[in-house]
Design a protein around this ligand. Structure first.
Ligand code: AHR
Length: 496
Protein backbone atom coordinates (compact mmCIF):
# COMPACT_ATOMS: atom_id res chain seq x y z
CA UNK A 1 0.00 0.00 0.00
CA UNK A 2 1.27 3.46 -0.89
CA UNK A 3 0.97 6.36 1.50
CA UNK A 4 0.63 10.08 0.82
CA UNK A 5 0.10 13.07 3.09
CA UNK A 6 -1.48 16.46 2.52
CA UNK A 7 0.28 18.79 4.98
CA UNK A 8 -1.85 21.87 5.57
CA UNK A 9 -1.65 24.82 7.91
CA UNK A 10 -4.52 27.24 8.57
CA UNK A 11 -2.23 30.27 8.20
CA UNK A 12 -0.51 29.12 5.03
CA UNK A 13 -3.06 30.23 2.53
CA UNK A 14 -2.83 31.23 -1.11
CA UNK A 15 -5.81 33.56 -1.29
CA UNK A 16 -9.57 33.75 -1.19
CA UNK A 17 -11.19 31.41 -3.71
CA UNK A 18 -13.10 33.59 -6.16
CA UNK A 19 -16.57 32.03 -6.63
CA UNK A 20 -16.35 32.98 -10.30
CA UNK A 21 -13.92 30.10 -10.96
CA UNK A 22 -17.05 27.92 -10.90
CA UNK A 23 -18.45 29.51 -14.05
CA UNK A 24 -20.00 28.08 -17.19
CA UNK A 25 -20.18 28.99 -20.86
CA UNK A 26 -23.21 29.01 -23.16
CA UNK A 27 -22.49 29.49 -26.85
CA UNK A 28 -24.84 29.67 -29.83
CA UNK A 29 -23.36 26.46 -31.15
CA UNK A 30 -24.82 23.08 -32.04
CA UNK A 31 -27.62 22.21 -29.63
CA UNK A 32 -26.40 24.30 -26.69
CA UNK A 33 -28.95 27.12 -26.87
CA UNK A 34 -31.55 25.62 -29.20
CA UNK A 35 -32.67 22.16 -27.92
CA UNK A 36 -30.43 22.59 -24.89
CA UNK A 37 -31.43 25.62 -22.84
CA UNK A 38 -34.23 26.87 -25.06
CA UNK A 39 -36.81 24.60 -26.64
CA UNK A 40 -40.33 26.03 -26.55
CA UNK A 41 -41.81 22.84 -28.03
CA UNK A 42 -40.33 20.58 -25.35
CA UNK A 43 -42.59 18.92 -22.81
CA UNK A 44 -40.25 20.49 -20.25
CA UNK A 45 -40.55 24.07 -21.54
CA UNK A 46 -41.45 26.77 -19.04
CA UNK A 47 -43.32 29.99 -19.83
CA UNK A 48 -40.09 31.41 -21.28
CA UNK A 49 -39.50 28.46 -23.60
CA UNK A 50 -36.58 27.20 -21.48
CA UNK A 51 -36.18 23.55 -20.53
CA UNK A 52 -36.90 23.12 -16.83
CA UNK A 53 -35.21 19.71 -16.74
CA UNK A 54 -31.95 21.18 -18.11
CA UNK A 55 -32.11 24.18 -15.79
CA UNK A 56 -32.76 21.93 -12.79
CA UNK A 57 -29.71 19.79 -13.62
CA UNK A 58 -27.55 22.88 -14.13
CA UNK A 59 -28.84 24.30 -10.88
CA UNK A 60 -27.27 21.31 -9.13
CA UNK A 61 -23.90 22.54 -10.41
CA UNK A 62 -24.50 26.05 -9.05
CA UNK A 63 -22.66 27.99 -11.75
CA UNK A 64 -21.70 31.51 -10.72
CA UNK A 65 -20.81 33.44 -13.89
CA UNK A 66 -22.08 32.45 -17.32
CA UNK A 67 -20.14 33.45 -20.44
CA UNK A 68 -22.29 34.20 -23.50
CA UNK A 69 -22.88 34.15 -26.55
CA UNK A 70 -19.55 32.69 -27.81
CA UNK A 71 -16.91 31.43 -28.48
CA UNK A 72 -16.15 31.48 -32.16
CA UNK A 73 -19.80 32.36 -32.80
CA UNK A 74 -19.41 35.83 -31.35
CA UNK A 75 -16.92 36.93 -33.99
CA UNK A 76 -19.73 37.09 -36.55
CA UNK A 77 -22.60 38.04 -34.23
CA UNK A 78 -24.35 41.39 -34.18
CA UNK A 79 -26.20 41.79 -30.90
CA UNK A 80 -28.91 43.98 -32.41
CA UNK A 81 -30.10 40.94 -34.41
CA UNK A 82 -31.11 39.31 -31.12
CA UNK A 83 -33.19 42.06 -29.51
CA UNK A 84 -36.61 43.54 -30.19
CA UNK A 85 -39.79 41.64 -31.10
CA UNK A 86 -38.87 38.05 -31.99
CA UNK A 87 -40.96 38.13 -35.16
CA UNK A 88 -38.84 40.99 -36.49
CA UNK A 89 -35.47 39.35 -35.83
CA UNK A 90 -33.46 38.24 -38.87
CA UNK A 91 -32.34 34.70 -39.60
CA UNK A 92 -28.67 34.95 -40.48
CA UNK A 93 -26.09 32.69 -41.96
CA UNK A 94 -23.66 31.72 -39.17
CA UNK A 95 -20.15 31.15 -40.44
CA UNK A 96 -18.20 30.00 -37.40
CA UNK A 97 -20.13 26.74 -37.04
CA UNK A 98 -21.66 26.57 -40.50
CA UNK A 99 -25.31 26.92 -39.71
CA UNK A 100 -28.07 29.51 -39.45
CA UNK A 101 -28.89 31.70 -36.48
CA UNK A 102 -32.62 32.38 -36.07
CA UNK A 103 -32.02 34.90 -33.26
CA UNK A 104 -35.07 33.78 -31.34
CA UNK A 105 -32.85 33.69 -28.25
CA UNK A 106 -30.77 36.80 -27.62
CA UNK A 107 -29.64 39.34 -25.05
CA UNK A 108 -32.89 39.74 -23.13
CA UNK A 109 -33.78 36.05 -23.14
CA UNK A 110 -30.33 35.33 -21.74
CA UNK A 111 -30.39 38.12 -19.13
CA UNK A 112 -33.84 37.14 -17.93
CA UNK A 113 -32.56 33.56 -17.64
CA UNK A 114 -29.64 34.84 -15.56
CA UNK A 115 -32.09 36.56 -13.23
CA UNK A 116 -33.98 33.31 -12.74
CA UNK A 117 -30.92 31.11 -12.31
CA UNK A 118 -28.71 33.50 -10.35
CA UNK A 119 -25.95 33.39 -12.99
CA UNK A 120 -23.91 36.56 -13.30
CA UNK A 121 -23.65 37.40 -17.02
CA UNK A 122 -20.25 37.59 -18.72
CA UNK A 123 -20.61 38.85 -22.29
CA UNK A 124 -18.13 38.53 -25.13
CA UNK A 125 -18.19 41.25 -27.78
CA UNK A 126 -17.61 40.79 -31.47
CA UNK A 127 -14.14 42.05 -32.37
CA UNK A 128 -14.10 39.99 -35.57
CA UNK A 129 -16.70 41.59 -37.83
CA UNK A 130 -17.92 44.01 -35.17
CA UNK A 131 -16.69 47.47 -34.24
CA UNK A 132 -15.65 49.23 -31.05
CA UNK A 133 -18.79 51.34 -31.35
CA UNK A 134 -21.06 48.30 -31.62
CA UNK A 135 -19.44 46.88 -28.48
CA UNK A 136 -19.93 50.13 -26.56
CA UNK A 137 -23.55 50.30 -27.73
CA UNK A 138 -24.14 46.83 -26.29
CA UNK A 139 -22.81 48.01 -22.92
CA UNK A 140 -25.15 50.96 -23.14
CA UNK A 141 -28.06 48.69 -24.04
CA UNK A 142 -27.52 46.41 -21.01
CA UNK A 143 -26.09 48.83 -18.44
CA UNK A 144 -26.78 52.41 -19.56
CA UNK A 145 -28.57 54.77 -17.18
CA UNK A 146 -29.01 57.84 -19.37
CA UNK A 147 -32.19 58.23 -21.41
CA UNK A 148 -30.92 57.55 -24.92
CA UNK A 149 -32.51 55.82 -27.88
CA UNK A 150 -30.56 52.71 -26.99
CA UNK A 151 -31.70 52.51 -23.35
CA UNK A 152 -35.26 53.43 -24.35
CA UNK A 153 -35.14 50.51 -26.75
CA UNK A 154 -34.08 48.25 -23.86
CA UNK A 155 -37.05 49.38 -21.83
CA UNK A 156 -39.37 48.55 -24.70
CA UNK A 157 -37.70 45.16 -25.23
CA UNK A 158 -37.49 43.92 -21.64
CA UNK A 159 -40.56 42.53 -19.95
CA UNK A 160 -38.89 43.23 -16.59
CA UNK A 161 -35.66 44.91 -15.59
CA UNK A 162 -32.79 42.48 -15.73
CA UNK A 163 -29.36 42.50 -14.14
CA UNK A 164 -26.61 44.61 -15.61
CA UNK A 165 -23.58 42.93 -17.19
CA UNK A 166 -20.49 43.46 -15.03
CA UNK A 167 -17.94 41.48 -17.06
CA UNK A 168 -17.06 41.70 -20.77
CA UNK A 169 -14.61 39.78 -22.97
CA UNK A 170 -12.87 41.79 -25.68
CA UNK A 171 -13.42 39.25 -28.45
CA UNK A 172 -12.72 35.54 -28.46
CA UNK A 173 -9.57 33.61 -29.41
CA UNK A 174 -8.47 36.38 -31.76
CA UNK A 175 -5.01 34.76 -32.00
CA UNK A 176 -6.42 31.69 -33.78
CA UNK A 177 -6.37 31.51 -37.58
CA UNK A 178 -9.80 29.82 -37.42
CA UNK A 179 -11.31 32.89 -35.78
CA UNK A 180 -13.43 35.12 -38.00
CA UNK A 181 -11.52 38.39 -38.17
CA UNK A 182 -8.30 36.79 -36.91
CA UNK A 183 -5.52 39.36 -36.77
CA UNK A 184 -2.05 39.92 -35.40
CA UNK A 185 -1.54 40.73 -31.72
CA UNK A 186 -0.74 44.35 -32.47
CA UNK A 187 -3.82 44.76 -34.69
CA UNK A 188 -5.93 43.10 -32.03
CA UNK A 189 -4.37 45.23 -29.30
CA UNK A 190 -5.31 48.42 -31.12
CA UNK A 191 -8.88 47.30 -31.76
CA UNK A 192 -9.33 45.93 -28.25
CA UNK A 193 -7.99 49.13 -26.69
CA UNK A 194 -10.38 51.25 -28.77
CA UNK A 195 -13.31 49.05 -27.76
CA UNK A 196 -12.23 48.98 -24.10
CA UNK A 197 -11.92 52.75 -24.04
CA UNK A 198 -15.43 53.31 -25.39
CA UNK A 199 -16.99 50.53 -23.30
CA UNK A 200 -15.54 51.93 -20.07
CA UNK A 201 -16.65 55.44 -21.04
CA UNK A 202 -20.19 54.09 -21.22
CA UNK A 203 -19.92 52.22 -17.92
CA UNK A 204 -16.70 52.67 -15.91
CA UNK A 205 -17.76 49.94 -13.47
CA UNK A 206 -17.44 47.09 -15.97
CA UNK A 207 -14.45 44.75 -15.94
CA UNK A 208 -12.75 43.68 -19.15
CA UNK A 209 -11.09 40.46 -20.26
CA UNK A 210 -8.38 40.66 -22.94
CA UNK A 211 -8.37 37.79 -25.43
CA UNK A 212 -5.19 35.79 -24.83
CA UNK A 213 -3.65 32.76 -26.47
CA UNK A 214 -6.27 30.13 -27.16
CA UNK A 215 -3.88 27.17 -27.46
CA UNK A 216 -0.43 26.90 -25.90
CA UNK A 217 0.57 25.10 -29.13
CA UNK A 218 0.08 28.29 -31.13
CA UNK A 219 3.40 29.74 -32.24
CA UNK A 220 2.44 33.11 -30.79
CA UNK A 221 1.88 31.71 -27.25
CA UNK A 222 2.85 34.26 -24.58
CA UNK A 223 4.06 36.81 -27.14
CA UNK A 224 0.49 37.40 -28.20
CA UNK A 225 -0.55 37.77 -24.56
CA UNK A 226 2.24 40.23 -23.83
CA UNK A 227 1.58 42.37 -26.91
CA UNK A 228 -2.19 42.41 -26.41
CA UNK A 229 -1.89 43.30 -22.72
CA UNK A 230 0.65 46.01 -23.41
CA UNK A 231 -1.65 47.58 -25.99
CA UNK A 232 -4.79 47.42 -23.86
CA UNK A 233 -2.83 48.79 -20.89
CA UNK A 234 -4.77 49.97 -17.86
CA UNK A 235 -8.13 48.91 -19.36
CA UNK A 236 -7.17 45.24 -18.91
CA UNK A 237 -8.62 43.66 -15.78
CA UNK A 238 -8.12 40.04 -16.85
CA UNK A 239 -6.30 38.04 -19.48
CA UNK A 240 -8.21 35.16 -21.02
CA UNK A 241 -6.63 31.76 -21.53
CA UNK A 242 -8.18 28.53 -22.82
CA UNK A 243 -7.27 24.85 -22.64
CA UNK A 244 -8.85 21.61 -23.80
CA UNK A 245 -7.00 18.50 -22.65
CA UNK A 246 -7.16 15.30 -24.65
CA UNK A 247 -6.49 11.59 -24.60
CA UNK A 248 -5.80 11.04 -28.31
CA UNK A 249 -3.17 8.44 -27.45
CA UNK A 250 -5.59 6.40 -25.34
CA UNK A 251 -2.94 6.23 -22.63
CA UNK A 252 -4.88 6.41 -19.35
CA UNK A 253 -1.77 6.64 -17.16
CA UNK A 254 -0.44 9.64 -19.09
CA UNK A 255 -3.86 11.28 -19.39
CA UNK A 256 -4.41 11.12 -15.64
CA UNK A 257 -1.26 13.17 -15.09
CA UNK A 258 -2.16 15.77 -17.70
CA UNK A 259 -3.69 18.11 -15.14
CA UNK A 260 -0.09 19.23 -14.58
CA UNK A 261 -0.45 21.14 -17.85
CA UNK A 262 -2.88 23.51 -16.18
CA UNK A 263 -0.50 24.52 -13.39
CA UNK A 264 2.16 25.11 -16.02
CA UNK A 265 -0.12 27.22 -18.22
CA UNK A 266 -1.29 29.30 -15.25
CA UNK A 267 2.32 29.93 -14.18
CA UNK A 268 3.32 30.99 -17.70
CA UNK A 269 0.32 33.26 -18.26
CA UNK A 270 0.71 34.71 -14.78
CA UNK A 271 4.32 35.58 -15.52
CA UNK A 272 3.20 37.59 -18.58
CA UNK A 273 0.57 39.43 -16.52
CA UNK A 274 3.18 40.34 -13.89
CA UNK A 275 5.77 41.28 -16.51
CA UNK A 276 3.43 43.66 -18.33
CA UNK A 277 2.26 45.30 -15.08
CA UNK A 278 5.87 45.63 -13.91
CA UNK A 279 6.95 47.19 -17.17
CA UNK A 280 4.13 49.72 -16.89
CA UNK A 281 5.26 50.44 -13.29
CA UNK A 282 1.65 49.73 -12.44
CA UNK A 283 0.35 48.34 -9.17
CA UNK A 284 -2.68 47.05 -11.08
CA UNK A 285 -1.98 43.66 -12.55
CA UNK A 286 -4.33 41.75 -14.84
CA UNK A 287 -5.58 38.48 -13.35
CA UNK A 288 -6.36 35.28 -15.21
CA UNK A 289 -9.77 34.43 -16.68
CA UNK A 290 -9.52 30.75 -17.67
CA UNK A 291 -12.71 31.25 -19.61
CA UNK A 292 -12.79 28.01 -21.61
CA UNK A 293 -11.62 24.70 -20.20
CA UNK A 294 -12.57 21.06 -20.52
CA UNK A 295 -11.56 17.73 -22.00
CA UNK A 296 -12.31 17.66 -25.74
CA UNK A 297 -10.87 15.38 -28.39
CA UNK A 298 -13.33 12.74 -29.60
CA UNK A 299 -15.46 15.21 -31.54
CA UNK A 300 -12.94 17.85 -32.58
CA UNK A 301 -13.46 16.89 -36.21
CA UNK A 302 -16.45 19.26 -36.42
CA UNK A 303 -18.60 16.55 -37.95
CA UNK A 304 -22.01 18.04 -38.34
CA UNK A 305 -20.73 21.35 -39.62
CA UNK A 306 -22.31 22.23 -42.93
CA UNK A 307 -24.08 18.92 -42.50
CA UNK A 308 -27.53 18.38 -43.95
CA UNK A 309 -29.16 21.70 -43.29
CA UNK A 310 -30.91 20.41 -40.18
CA UNK A 311 -31.18 22.94 -37.42
CA UNK A 312 -29.77 22.77 -34.86
CA UNK A 313 -26.86 20.55 -35.88
CA UNK A 314 -25.56 17.90 -33.50
CA UNK A 315 -22.12 19.39 -33.02
CA UNK A 316 -19.29 18.17 -30.76
CA UNK A 317 -21.52 16.15 -28.45
CA UNK A 318 -18.65 14.50 -26.61
CA UNK A 319 -19.58 11.53 -24.43
CA UNK A 320 -17.32 11.57 -21.38
CA UNK A 321 -15.87 8.75 -19.33
CA UNK A 322 -14.51 8.49 -15.81
CA UNK A 323 -10.96 9.47 -16.85
CA UNK A 324 -12.29 12.72 -18.31
CA UNK A 325 -14.09 13.44 -15.06
CA UNK A 326 -10.85 12.93 -13.13
CA UNK A 327 -9.07 15.38 -15.43
CA UNK A 328 -11.90 17.92 -15.01
CA UNK A 329 -11.46 17.65 -11.25
CA UNK A 330 -7.75 18.41 -11.77
CA UNK A 331 -8.60 21.58 -13.69
CA UNK A 332 -10.71 22.87 -10.80
CA UNK A 333 -8.14 21.84 -8.19
CA UNK A 334 -5.49 23.74 -10.11
CA UNK A 335 -7.70 26.88 -10.20
CA UNK A 336 -8.18 26.56 -6.42
CA UNK A 337 -4.44 26.09 -5.79
CA UNK A 338 -3.84 29.22 -7.85
CA UNK A 339 -6.58 31.25 -6.17
CA UNK A 340 -4.33 34.29 -5.95
CA UNK A 341 -4.17 34.65 -9.74
CA UNK A 342 -7.10 32.76 -11.31
CA UNK A 343 -10.23 34.78 -10.62
CA UNK A 344 -12.61 33.49 -13.28
CA UNK A 345 -12.97 30.12 -15.00
CA UNK A 346 -15.69 28.75 -17.25
CA UNK A 347 -16.19 25.15 -18.18
CA UNK A 348 -16.92 24.94 -21.90
CA UNK A 349 -19.73 24.27 -22.15
CA UNK A 350 -22.91 23.51 -20.15
CA UNK A 351 -25.35 21.52 -22.28
CA UNK A 352 -25.03 19.23 -25.34
CA UNK A 353 -21.85 20.85 -26.71
CA UNK A 354 -18.84 19.34 -24.83
CA UNK A 355 -21.02 19.47 -21.74
CA UNK A 356 -21.90 17.84 -18.42
CA UNK A 357 -25.54 17.52 -19.54
CA UNK A 358 -26.92 15.93 -22.73
CA UNK A 359 -30.47 15.98 -24.05
CA UNK A 360 -32.19 13.66 -26.47
CA UNK A 361 -35.79 14.60 -27.19
CA UNK A 362 -37.28 15.02 -23.74
CA UNK A 363 -34.63 12.89 -22.04
CA UNK A 364 -31.66 14.22 -20.09
CA UNK A 365 -28.36 12.57 -19.18
CA UNK A 366 -25.86 13.60 -16.53
CA UNK A 367 -22.39 12.80 -17.84
CA UNK A 368 -19.43 11.60 -15.79
CA UNK A 369 -17.99 15.11 -15.69
CA UNK A 370 -21.26 16.29 -14.14
CA UNK A 371 -20.53 14.02 -11.20
CA UNK A 372 -17.08 15.53 -10.66
CA UNK A 373 -18.34 19.12 -10.91
CA UNK A 374 -21.13 18.38 -8.45
CA UNK A 375 -18.58 17.32 -5.83
CA UNK A 376 -17.29 20.93 -5.65
CA UNK A 377 -20.73 22.38 -4.92
CA UNK A 378 -21.11 23.40 -1.26
CA UNK A 379 -17.37 22.89 -0.85
CA UNK A 380 -15.87 25.98 -2.33
CA UNK A 381 -16.02 28.98 -0.01
CA UNK A 382 -12.97 30.12 1.85
CA UNK A 383 -9.25 30.50 1.38
CA UNK A 384 -7.18 28.06 -0.63
CA UNK A 385 -4.40 26.53 1.47
CA UNK A 386 -0.89 25.72 0.34
CA UNK A 387 -0.70 21.98 0.04
CA UNK A 388 2.53 20.34 1.14
CA UNK A 389 2.53 16.97 -0.58
CA UNK A 390 4.54 14.06 0.75
CA UNK A 391 4.30 10.72 -0.95
CA UNK A 392 4.72 8.76 -4.13
CA UNK A 393 5.09 10.30 -7.52
CA UNK A 394 4.25 9.06 -11.00
CA UNK A 395 6.29 9.54 -14.15
CA UNK A 396 4.48 11.63 -16.72
CA UNK A 397 5.64 11.69 -20.38
CA UNK A 398 5.28 15.47 -20.56
CA UNK A 399 5.71 16.70 -17.00
CA UNK A 400 8.35 14.52 -15.35
CA UNK A 401 7.48 13.27 -11.87
CA UNK A 402 4.09 14.42 -10.63
CA UNK A 403 2.33 13.74 -7.33
CA UNK A 404 0.43 10.47 -7.39
CA UNK A 405 -2.37 12.25 -5.54
CA UNK A 406 -3.36 15.60 -7.00
CA UNK A 407 -5.06 17.73 -4.39
CA UNK A 408 -6.43 21.04 -3.19
CA UNK A 409 -7.80 22.36 0.08
CA UNK A 410 -9.96 25.30 1.16
CA UNK A 411 -10.47 26.55 4.72
CA UNK A 412 -13.69 28.47 5.28
CA UNK A 413 -14.16 31.28 7.76
CA UNK A 414 -16.27 29.05 9.98
CA UNK A 415 -13.51 26.46 10.32
CA UNK A 416 -14.66 23.99 7.69
CA UNK A 417 -11.92 22.32 5.71
CA UNK A 418 -12.75 21.17 2.17
CA UNK A 419 -10.32 18.67 0.70
CA UNK A 420 -10.16 17.27 -2.83
CA UNK A 421 -7.92 14.50 -4.08
CA UNK A 422 -7.52 12.58 -7.34
CA UNK A 423 -5.61 9.33 -7.13
CA UNK A 424 -3.96 9.47 -10.56
CA UNK A 425 -2.62 5.93 -10.46
CA UNK A 426 -4.23 3.41 -12.80
CA UNK A 427 -3.51 0.49 -10.48
CA UNK A 428 -2.34 1.66 -7.07
CA UNK A 429 -4.50 2.23 -4.00
CA UNK A 430 -3.20 4.97 -1.73
CA UNK A 431 -3.64 5.73 1.96
CA UNK A 432 -4.06 9.49 2.07
CA UNK A 433 -3.45 11.28 5.36
CA UNK A 434 -4.94 14.75 5.77
CA UNK A 435 -3.09 16.80 8.34
CA UNK A 436 -4.25 20.31 9.22
CA UNK A 437 -1.45 21.09 11.59
CA UNK A 438 -2.72 18.49 14.07
CA UNK A 439 -6.30 19.85 14.30
CA UNK A 440 -9.01 17.29 14.99
CA UNK A 441 -11.06 16.83 11.80
CA UNK A 442 -14.71 15.81 12.17
CA UNK A 443 -16.27 14.55 8.97
CA UNK A 444 -19.20 16.62 7.73
CA UNK A 445 -19.52 14.93 4.34
CA UNK A 446 -17.34 12.72 2.21
CA UNK A 447 -17.81 11.42 -1.35
CA UNK A 448 -15.95 9.42 -3.96
CA UNK A 449 -16.19 9.10 -7.73
CA UNK A 450 -14.88 5.76 -8.87
CA UNK A 451 -15.49 2.81 -11.18
CA UNK A 452 -13.24 -0.23 -11.71
CA UNK A 453 -12.97 0.59 -15.44
CA UNK A 454 -11.76 4.15 -16.15
CA UNK A 455 -13.19 4.20 -19.67
CA UNK A 456 -16.75 3.77 -18.37
CA UNK A 457 -19.25 6.33 -19.63
CA UNK A 458 -22.78 7.24 -18.61
CA UNK A 459 -24.91 6.42 -21.63
CA UNK A 460 -28.61 6.53 -22.48
CA UNK A 461 -28.67 2.76 -21.95
CA UNK A 462 -26.72 2.92 -18.69
CA UNK A 463 -27.13 6.48 -17.39
CA UNK A 464 -25.87 5.87 -13.84
CA UNK A 465 -22.78 3.77 -14.57
CA UNK A 466 -20.44 6.35 -13.02
CA UNK A 467 -21.83 8.12 -10.00
CA UNK A 468 -20.45 9.79 -6.94
CA UNK A 469 -21.30 8.04 -3.70
CA UNK A 470 -20.89 8.57 0.02
CA UNK A 471 -17.48 7.43 1.26
CA UNK A 472 -16.74 6.47 4.82
CA UNK A 473 -14.05 8.60 6.44
CA UNK A 474 -13.18 8.57 10.12
CA UNK A 475 -12.97 11.52 12.53
CA UNK A 476 -9.36 11.90 13.58
CA UNK A 477 -6.47 14.22 14.27
CA UNK A 478 -5.14 13.24 10.83
CA UNK A 479 -7.75 11.11 9.05
CA UNK A 480 -6.53 8.42 6.73
CA UNK A 481 -8.59 7.75 3.63
CA UNK A 482 -7.98 4.81 1.35
CA UNK A 483 -8.35 5.96 -2.25
CA UNK A 484 -8.81 3.33 -4.91
CA UNK A 485 -6.94 3.75 -8.23
CA UNK A 486 -8.26 6.39 -10.63
CA UNK A 487 -10.72 7.96 -8.21
CA UNK A 488 -11.76 11.43 -7.07
CA UNK A 489 -12.40 12.09 -3.40
CA UNK A 490 -13.97 15.24 -1.91
CA UNK A 491 -14.77 15.83 1.76
CA UNK A 492 -15.66 18.53 4.21
CA UNK A 493 -14.39 18.41 7.79
CA UNK A 494 -15.05 20.63 10.78
CA UNK A 495 -11.67 21.46 12.31
CA UNK A 496 -11.40 21.82 16.09
O1 AHR B 1 -16.14 25.80 -26.90
C1 AHR B 1 -16.06 25.49 -28.25
C2 AHR B 1 -15.14 26.42 -29.02
O2 AHR B 1 -13.82 26.21 -28.60
C3 AHR B 1 -15.35 27.90 -28.83
O3 AHR B 1 -16.31 28.41 -29.67
C4 AHR B 1 -14.02 28.47 -29.16
O4 AHR B 1 -13.77 29.66 -28.45
C5 AHR B 1 -13.03 27.36 -28.80
O5 AHR B 1 -12.13 27.14 -29.81
Amino acid sequence: MTKATFNLHPHHHVGQVDPRIFGGFLEHMGRAVYEGIYEPTSAHADEFGCRTDVLAALDELDFTVMRYPGGNFVSNYHWRDGVGPVENRPTRRELAWGTIEPNSFGTNEFLSLCDRTGWSPMFAVNLGTGSAEEAADWVEYTNGQLATDITKQRELDQSSNTSKVPLWCLGNEMDGPWQIGHMSASEYGTKARQAAHMMKLVDPSIELVVSGTSLPDNSTYLNWDREALEAVGGFADYLSTHRYLDNYSGDTAAFLTSGAAIDQQIAEIDSVCRYVAGKRRSSKRPFIAFDEWNVWYRTRNRDGMWADGNFPAHLVEEVYDLQDALVCAQFLMSFIRNADVVKIANIAQIVNVIAPVLTDGDRLLRQTIFEALAMFVNRREGRALHLGYEGSTLGSPDFGDVAMVDGAAILSDNGELHVYAVNRSVDGTVDLEINLSGAHLHVVSSEILHHPTPSTQNTWENPHAVQRSAFETSDDAAPLVQLPPHSFFAATFKAT
